[in-house]
Design a protein around this ligand. Structure first.
Ligand SMILES: [Zn+2]
Length: 113
C-alpha cells in the first residue's frame, strides 16, 4: 500500500528531527497532501495510528492541508481546477497541460517538545 510507505517516511523524518534537537515528543505536525498526490486519505488515516505507536509521534496532533488540483492548459493557457491528473482543458479540450498545484506531499512544520 502506497500510503503505508508515505506514513512510514513521515514518521521516520519527524523522529529524526526530534532526535536532532534532543526532544522528547512531536506535539504538532503540519502536512500538505495535495489532491493529486496519489495519497488516499482514508488509507492514510487507517495506517496512521499503527505507524506512530511507540514513536515520538504517539501523541502528535495532526494538521493536514489538502490543496486542490490546478492546471494550466498548454494550448490555450486557460487555468482550471482538476480532480484527476488526466482531466482535459474545459475550454479547448486539450489533454496537454502543466499541473501547477495539487501534487504537494510535504511536511510544513513540526512542533517538538
Ligand atoms: Zn485549453
Amino acid at each position: 500500500m502506497h500510503e503505508l510507505s508515505v506514513v512510514t517516511s513521515i514518521v521516520k523524518i519527524v523522529q529524526q528531527e526530534v532526535n536532532k534537537i534532543n526532544g522528547k515528543k512531536a506535539l504538532e505536525l503540519y502536512l500538505e497532501i495535495g489532491k493529486l498526490s496519489g495519497v488516499e486519505m482514508d488509507s492514510f488515516y487507517f495506517v496512521w495510528p499503527q505507524c506512530i505507536e511507540g514513536s515520538a509521534l504517539s501523541d502528535v496532533k495532526l494538521f493536514i492541508e489538502e490543496p486542490i488540483g490546478k492546471a494550466q492548459c498548454a494550448e490555450c493557457e486557460t487555468k482550471f481546477q482538476i480532480d484527476k491528473s488526466f482531466d482535459s482543458c474545459p475550454n479547448c479540450n486539450s489533454p496537454f497541460k502543466e499541473i501547477i498545484a495539487g501534487k504537494e506531499l510535504k511536511i510544513k512544520k513540526i512542533i517538538i517538545k
